[in-house]
Design a protein around this ligand. Sequence first.
Ligand code: SF4
Length: 374
Amino acid sequence: MKALEVLLGYGCNEKCLFCSQEVSWRRRPGLPFSLVAEQLYRAREDGFRSVCFTGGEPTLRPDLPKMAALARKLGFTYSRVQTNGVKLAEPAYAAELVAAGVNFFRVSLHGHTAKLHDELVLVPGALAKAYRGIGNLQRLGVGIGINVVLNKRNFRELPALCEEFLDRKFANLVLIYPLFEGDMVAHEAEMSAPMSEMAPYVRAAFKIFEKRAQPLPRLLNFTPCAAPELAPWMLSWSAHSAFVVDGNGKPVDLYMASHDDRVKVEACSRCRLNEECLGFKRNYGARFPDERLDAVRTVAADAALGDTNDTRVLARPKRATGRPSALDLIARAVFPVPESGGDSPLKVERIDVFLDEASLCIEEKRSQWELTHA
Ligand code: SF4
């Protein structure tokens, strides 16, 4: 289903130490309702039926229920809110969003105890409110997913966190390796740990889900060499999982990572996944050069990978020469440019992603404009 992602603004009521956005961006204005409405209309005309409202923290926008109601009226059948869950502790607010048409909430929880979560997001009482919010959503019967950003403080707690979340019937889990961007850079001494250190705890988490017969978590921003047997559950490590390759056959992260954001190392050439894998995030490779090489050897030495075990090795179809012929619009993102606003006009960027299904070639069209009215 074609997916529209609308980043409403960068304002937030938490201050996560690992946030990939910068606190200074929070003062910037968000997208005005009129522009969000216009983009929703356009997206529906282009056949989109899925929308995600994100931020920052989208529940800080008083007009979020109005946006969700408009999306439903226009015919969007999947409406998701990406949130820290704090505001959902108010039963009337949770019910208002659901009544307006939101049918899936992805809530960010980074610890299973108040001490762990609240001290990571720098808001006392945040976990208790998010738990109450999720309880409200459970009673309303909507879809719920949980995002956990792994970091130096919480990764060893992952097995206990999984047990607690499953006890609470939070089964749809995405475990995210942090990006070395935004505030994460300012706090990396206390937040960062290499994937190889996290991998045993991630494996333990998977075992818990298996033992309790629950759908396995998904992993974001991990490379397969961190835990090769978990590659089938990793997102965005290959052009197939990200499902985006530009017109030159170069992989593009659908979530707006730059084209040049990934690096390969010499040892990748010996890796069984080299053809499919996008490589390491550049900022990761710069921070963990030794880790990177160790990890590569692990995979490169595993001759059986993809042949005899369950790891999914995807064969990328050969690209047709020349430009793709018929392109389908598959995704769109609209967001305020963080550096704009204040005394200068608000700049807005839109990314349209087109796919040629036959060749799996992707074209990405970016347009940026200034809003002179709100
Ligand atoms: S290609 Fe390189 S980064 Fe990707 S899984 Fe293999 S060793 Fe890791």
